[in-house]
Design a protein around this ligand. Structure first.
Ligand code: AMP
Ligand code: MG
Length: 658
C-alpha cells in the first residue's frame, strides 16, 4: 500500500470536511503531508553490523569495492597455461608439441616459473596465470607426449579461459547503494570483497500498545464480553515487515493514569509509539488527550477522510511520531499500511515500498461513503475477459478478510459508489496474482471445508468466496467460477435448486442440512415439542425472545413460514449466519432461533428438527473437465468426505437417495 512520499502540501483548507465528533477531518493527502513535514528531514541513526548479523538491514551508505575480484588473472578450467602465439598453427592434423614446465599451479599456489616460448604449465581451475602465459587450453584438448610434453590440436585465442583481475568487481566500483536491503546475494558480494562489517540504518524501535478494557492476550481464556487482542500481534508484525523493530508492551486498560504511564515509558525507550483503539471518542477514549501532555507539537491530525480508518490520530511528541490507529483490526491495518508505513520506512532508511497492481473488473456494485477515500478488500478470480475483483464485504471489524483477500481497490472520496462492471486497479498484497486451482463462489457451509480439505492436502489451492446462493449462480453464469454451492427453494415446484438451473450449468448433489429450532437445553417451553408446537409456545409467552435471519436467506423463508405473519419480540434482530443465531441463543440474548443442527450441536444447544435443506453444487459444464474440478468431485464422493460430513451432522446426498 505504498503511497508517494513527496506529497505536495495542499492549500491549507483543501480536502477538509468539518465533523462534529472530530476537531477537523483532513484529507488523506493533507494528513500525510503534515505528518511528514513535522518529521522530516531527520538524521537516520546508523550502526555497524558484522556481516553475519546484517541480513535484512538497510545499508546506510554506498559501498565502494576496496579490491579487485578476482584479485589476479585466473584460469577458468583445468588445463595448461600457454602462450597463444605458440598455438597459431595448431589443428587436427597439425598438432603443436609444447614442453611441460616443472610446476603445477593449484588454487592458492603462486606460480614461480615463467611460461616461455614453446612451453606450458599445468594449471587448475582458479589458479593464478603465470608470467608469460596469456591463455589456457583445456586438458581435454591435449594429449600427453611422453613424461614432459603435450600435443595440442587446437589454436587458442588470447585470453581464452582466463578471468582477468577485476573483471567481476573492479576496485573503486560502486558495489551497493545506500538503502539496499541486505540479502544473501549482497552478503556474498560483500564477502567476496573482504568486507566484514557494514554500516546500516539502525532499525527504529517502535513501541506497540493496545488499549481497551476488553482485550485479552492470545493464549489466555476469554472472559464474557472480552475479545482477543488482534492489533498488538498484527501491528508488531507489520512493523517488523517494514524495517522497524517492534516492542510490544501489551494491552493497557482504559485508565488514564495507567495509560499515560505506559505511554511515557514507551517514549523514553523507543523512537516511535503506535497505539491502537481508543480513538473513536467514546467514553473510554483517552490516548489522544494524553498525547497533548507528552511533547511538542502534539496532535497533527485527528480524523482522516479514509474508510476504513477515519479515527486515525497522528502526532509528533518532541520529534517522535506517535500514532493512534483505529481499534478495528482491518481499519488499523489499512491506516497503518497507507499512512504509517511510508513514514516508518523513511525512518528506517528504506526505499518507498512498491506494490504490484493489476487491472480487474468489479462484478457487483460497491456503495461508498461520499467524502472519504475508501479501500475495499477484494478476492481475484479469472473471468472470461480478465480478472474479476470480488469485494470481501465483511466490514472493518473483520480480520479474516485481510488474510483471504488478494488486495484492495480504492474508491475516490468524491464517488458514492463503484458501479458493477467498472474496470479498476487492484493493489496486490502479494507480489503476483495467485491464481487458485479451483474457484467456488456461492453459499458457504462448514461442510464444504470438509470436502476442500482433501484438495488442500493434495496441493490444490481453493478460493471460496461467500456471496450467497443467488450471487454464486450469477457468477457461474458469467463463467467466473468452477462451481457454485446453492440452497434455493422454489415455492412453485416445492423443490430445491433444480428449477434455478440454466443451459451450461448442471447440478451435482451435495448434502442435506437439517434446519430447526435451537434453544437452551432445559428450557421447558421447548423441551420435547415439535417445531410447530414449539413456535406456538414461544408466541404464547410474551417474555420469550427470538432471533431471526436476514432477508433473502433460505432459513428466513422457513422462519416466516413457521411464524405465519407473527412478529414476536426479537424479529428485527436479523443476523446473517447460522453461527450468529446459535451464539445469540447460547448467550441468552434470545431464547430461540432457527439454525442448522451441526451449528446448534457445536455450542451445546437443544434442537428441534423442522425441514431438511438441499445444499447442492451448480457446476459450470464448460469447466467440468478441469483437473481441480475433477479432484473436487472425487473428494466429494469419497468415503472420507462422507464420514466427515456425517460426523459433523450433515447427510450426504449421493448417490441420489431422494
Ligand atoms: P475503540 O477505538 O477503542 O473504540 O475500538 C473500536 C473497536 O475495535 C472496538 O470494538 C474494540 O473492541 C476493537 N478493538 C480495539 N482494540 C482492539 C485490538 N487490539 N484487537 C482487536 N480489537 C480491538
Ligand atoms: Mg477501546
Amino acid at each position: 500500500m505504498g503511497s508517494g512520499m513527496t506529497m505536495i502540501p495542499q492549500t491549507p483548507d483543501s480536502g477538509r470536511l468539518e465533523q462534529e465528533q472530530f476537531l477537523k477531518i483532513l484529507s488523506r493527502e493533507d494528513a500525510l503531508a503534515r505528518f511528514e513535514i513535522a518529521l522530516f528531514p531527520r538524521a537516520i541513526p546508523r550502526e555497524a553490523r558484522k556481516l553475519a548479523d546484517a541480513l535484512g538491514a538497510a545499508l546506510a551508505e554506498d559501498i565502494t569495492a576496496p579490491v579487485d575480484v578476482p584479485p589476479f588473472d585466473r584460469s577458468n578450467v583445468d588445463g595448461f597455461a600457454v602462450r597463444s602465439a605458440d598455438l597459431a598453427a595448431a589443428g587436427e592434423g597439425t598438432p603443436v608439441r609444447l614442453a611441460v614446465n616443472g610446476e603445477t599451479i593449484h588454487c592458492g599456489i603462486a606460480p614461480t616459473l615463467q611460461v616461455v616460448e614453446g612451453t606450458a604449465t599445468p594449471i587448475a581451475t582458479g589458479g593464478p596465470l603465470p608470467r608469460g602465459a596469456d591463455a589456457v587450453v583445456m586438458v581435454e584438448h591435449t594429449q600427453p607426449a611422453g613424461p614432459d610434453a603435450i600435443d595440442v590440436r587446437r589454436a587458442a585465442s588470447p585470453g581464452q579461459f582466463v578471468s582477468y583481475s577485476g573483471s567481476d568487481i573492479a576496485r573503486g566500483e560502486a558495489l551497493l547503494r545506500a538503502g539496499t536491503i541486505i540479502g544473501s546475494r549482497e552478503i556474498g558480494m560483500l564477502a567476496a570483497c573482504g568486507i566484514a562489517e557494514v554500516i546500516v540504518a539502525r532499525k527504529p524501535r517502535v513501541a506497540v500498545i493496545s488499549t481497551g478494557d476488553e482485550l485479552v492476550q492470545p493464549g489466555q481464556p476469554l472472559a464474557p464480553a472480552a475479545i482477543y487482542d488482534t492489533n498488538g500481534a498484527i501491528v508488531a508484525a507489520a512493523i517488523d515487515e517494514n524495517g522497524g523493530e517492534a516492542i510490544f508492551l501489551g494491552a493497557i486498560p482504559d485508565d488514564e493514569a495507567k495509560l499515560e504511564a505506559a505511554m511515557r515509558r514507551a517514549l523514553s525507550d523507543a523512537d516511535m509509539l503506535v497505539l491502537s483503539g481508543g480513538t473513536s471518542k467514546g467514553a473510554g477514549d483517552l490516548s489522544h488527550r494524553i498525547i497533548g501532555r507528552l511533547g511538542q507539537p502534539g496532535i497533527i491530525a485527528h480524523g482522516v477522510a479514509l474508510k476504513p480508518g477515519k479515527p486515525l490520530c497522528l502526532a509528533v511528541c518532541d520529534g517522535k511520531p506517535v500514532v493512534i490507529l483505529p481499534g478495528f483490526p482491518t481499519s488499523a491495518m489499512f491506516t497503518f499500511h497507507d499512512m504509517i508505513v511510508p513514514v516508518l520506512r523513511r525512518m528506517a532508511g528504506l526505499p518507498v515500498r512498491s506494490d504490484a497492481r493489476v487491472n480487474a473488473t468489479v462484478p457487483v456494485r460497491i456503495s461508498s461513503e461520499l467524502g472519504r477515500t475508501e479501500f475495499v478488500m477484494v478476492s481475484l478470480v479469472e473471468g472470461r475477459d480478465g480478472l474479476i475483483a470480488y469485494p470481501s464485504g465483511k466490514g472493518s471489524g473483520a480480520i479474516t478478510s485481510f488474510a483471504q483477500a488478494d488486495g484492495f481497490l480504492r474508491i475516490d472520496a468524491m464517488a458514492d459508489q463503484m458501479p458493477a462492471g467498472t474496470a479498476t486497479e487492484v493493489t496486490l498484497f502479494t507480489p503476483h496474482v495467485r491464481v487458485p486451482h479451483l474457484v467456488i463462489v456461492g453459499s458457504h457451509c462448514t461442510g464444504l471445508d470438509l470436502v476442500t480439505a482433501q484438495l488442500a492436502h493434495a496441493g490444490l489451492s481453493v478460493r471460496s468466496i461467500a456471496v450467497g446462493s443467488l450471487g454464486g449462480l450469477a457468477a457461474a453464469k458469467r463463467g467466473e467460477c468452477d462451481l457454485a454451492p446453492i440452497h434455493l427453494f422454489d415455492d412453485k415446484s416445492e423443490t430445491y435448486n433444480t428449477p434455478y438451473l440454466v443451459d451450461g450449468i448442471e447440478l451435482v448433489p451435495g448434502w442435506r442440512r437439517m434446519q430447526g429450532i435451537a434453544f437452551r437445553k432445559g428450557d421447558k417451553r421447548f423441551e420435547g415439542l415439535g417445531a410447530k408446537e414449539a413456535v406456538a409456545a414461544a408466541l404464547a409467552d410474551p417474555a420469550c425472545i427470538m432471533v431471526n435471519r436476514n432477508q433473502g436467506a433460505g432459513t428466513r423463508i422457513l422462519i416466516d413460514r413457521l411464524l405465519g405473519g407473527a412478529r414476536p419480540e426479537g424479529y428485527w434482530n436479523q443476523p446473517r449466519s447460522h453461527n450468529a443465531v446459535a451464539a445469540a441463543v447460547a448467550q441468552h440474548r434470545a431464547d430461540w432461533g432457527m439454525t442448522i443442527a451441526p451449528v446448534a450441536d457445536a455450542v451445546g444447544l437443544g434442537f428441534i428438527p423442522f425441514a431438511e435443506e438441499h445444499y447442492d453444487f451448480a457446476f459450470v459444464t464448460a469447466r467440468k473437465q478441469r483437473p481441480a474440478v475433477q479432484a473436487f468431485l472425487d473428494a466429494l464422493r469419497s468415503e472420507e468426505a462422507r464420514t466427515a460430513l456425517e460426523r459433523a451432522g450433515f447427510r450426504p446426498a449421493w448417490p441420489l437417495s431422494d
